[in-house]
Ligand binder design. Structure first.
Ligand code: GDP
Ligand code: GDP
Length: 436
């Protein structure tokens, strides 16, 4: 199910990134060090009561040397294009400025729901000053303080109220949703075309969720697929679409809706820094992943060159050790037939459930082989393990004291689960919890 998207807009220094960080909270710091993922973050998930949604800090999307007013206008347009609900942020200490009015005009024309938040209202006395903001024409202004974390609950309640009603099964369980990510010119469009042109019978375009996103349906090997439109695949001709942050944003939105993400690498140019960053996003989102080495026609292909390239990929993408690698050419269609089986396998594993008794047999065998660690004379005791979620498969290990679960032991158990159940193509998650 697609999550709702909320965008924060407003002129510089009103507190957009402060609010963003506050709402995203601890999720922003992740344990694994994946190059470039946590830095400059502008898109993240927020949990509020029973809902989760995604939030964009449009202030983080810079447009090079454009004048301020032009940048603000473009950021507002991105919010209008990408979001279901917009938080319009103003500074409660400065009153309404010309720039605020400029943004207001654009938002007013957009027909998207807008919630007006007046920031830097750090104490109750200051609440008196928010009434002037009614004149912006977005109804009740919500007083908040980003730095003190005040008023955010009421603001979020108002935001969530605008979320569109969704059917739980609006995305069909049987269908595999996948997207293609990779830097410009790796061959994303070519690969989509290669897949779609081969399939002569059922090819259609279905309405996507945002105004211009178009998904492509595909039926192959007795399986329905939907290819989700990603940044860079469709050239729509708006100025901001060439900015890197914007294409990352589009890619993240596509990843969000995918079961499987194809991470494309160009065999001709080899692996670049940007590839790692892009792959890091897919990994962090917990999606199934297939690494696709495209343009394999440009390499003198044999057993040896494939082994060498594979070793190179493994060395650069250590955190993707679970992802299968497919070598193909979108242009000549050589080895193209190896892709769909890899996508199917990754998707099956992503949704796989392991019965508790079978799982516990594996864990207990693992512990017998490699005894649990001790810390300050206290030994970790594993009581039992259970799978709590799919997509990705997530396991909770109930223990006497989670502090005793050393990172390396967690890794060991994870590997044993992988060995036993073959989760090729999907990340798995393991958490230690104290038994209640
Ligand atoms: P952005 O440019 O809109 O992303 O604004 P920032 O989040 O970078 O914030 C701009 C400045 O305002 C920073 O110095 C923040 O510390 C400050 N600021 C943000 N929220 C508040 C608030 O609620 N109260 C006060 N007093 N200062 C704030
Ligand atoms: P995108 O920007 O990732 O969508 O990349 P495109 O699909 O537009 O491809 C970029 C360029 O790479 C085009 O000139 C393609 O013809 C070329 N290309 C794509 N796939 C292959 C391939 O498998 N082999 C070769 N030699 N060229 C390819």
């Amino acid at each position: 199910m697609r999550k709702s998207v909320v965008a924060i807009v407003g002129r510089p220094n009103v507190g957009k990134s402060t609010i963003f960080n506050r709402l995203v909270g601890e999720r922003i710091s992740i344990v694994e060090d994946i190059p470039g993922v946590t830095r400059d973050r502008i898109y993240a998930q927020v949990e509020w009561l029973a809902t989760t949604f995604n939030i964009i800090d449009t202030g983080g999307i810079e447009m090079g040397d454009e004048p301020l007013l032009v940048q603000m206008r473009q950021q507002a347009e991105i919010a209008i294009d990408e979001a279901d609900v917009i938080i319009f942020l103003v500074n409660g200490r400065e009153g309404i400025t010309g720039a605020d009015e400029e943004v207001a005009k654009l938002l007013y024309k957009s027909n998207k729901p807008v919630v007006l938040a007046v920031n830097k209202i750090d104490n109750p006395e200051m609440r008196e000053s928010i009434y002037e903001y009614y004149s912006l024409g977005f109804g009740e202004p919500y007083p908040i303080s980003g730095s003190h974390g005040l008023g955010l609950g009421d603001l979020l309640d108002a935001v969530v109220d605008y979320f569109p009603e969704r059917e739980d099964n609006d995305e069909d369980e049987e269908t595999i949703y996948f997207s293609l990510i990779g830097r410009p010119n790796v061959g994303k469009s070519s690969l989509v075309n290669a897949l779609v042109n081969e399939e002569r019978v059922i090819v259609s375009e279905i309405e996507g969720t945002t105004r211009d996103a178009i998904d492509t349906k595909l039926h192959k090997d007795d399986q329905d697929f939907v290819i989700i439109d990603t940044a860079g695949m469709r050239k729509r001709g708006k100025v901001y679409e060439t900015t890197e942050k914007y294409s990352v944003l589009r890619a993240l939105k596509a990843i969000e809706r995918s079961d499987v993400v194809l991470v494309l690498i160009d065999a001709e140019t080899g692996i670049r820094e940007q590839d790692k960053k892009i792959a890091g996003y897919a990994h962090e989102a917990g999606r199934a992943i297939v690494i696709v080495v495209n343009k394999w026609d440009t390499v003198e292909a044999n057993e040896k060159s494939m082994k060498e390239f594979e070793a190179n990929v493994r060395a650069h993408f250590q955190y993707l050790d679970y992802a299968p690698i497919v070598f193909l050419s979108a242009m000549t269609k050589k080895r193209l037939h190896t892709l769909i089986p890899a996508i199917k396998l990754a998707s099956e594993n992503h949704a796989k459930r392991i019965p508790t008794n079978v799982l516990n047999d594996v864990i207990m065998d693992a512990i017998a082989m490699n005894p649990t660690p001790t810390l300050k004379g206290k030994r970790l005791k594993v009581l039992y393990t259970t799978q709590v979620a799919v997509k990705p498969p997530s396991f909770v290990v109930f223990v006497n004291d989670p502090e005793l679960m050393h990172f390396s032991y967690e890794r060991f158990l994870e590997n044993k689960i992988r060995e036993a159940f073959g989760f090729v193509g999907t990340p798995i998650k393991l958490f230690a919890r104290r038994r209640q």
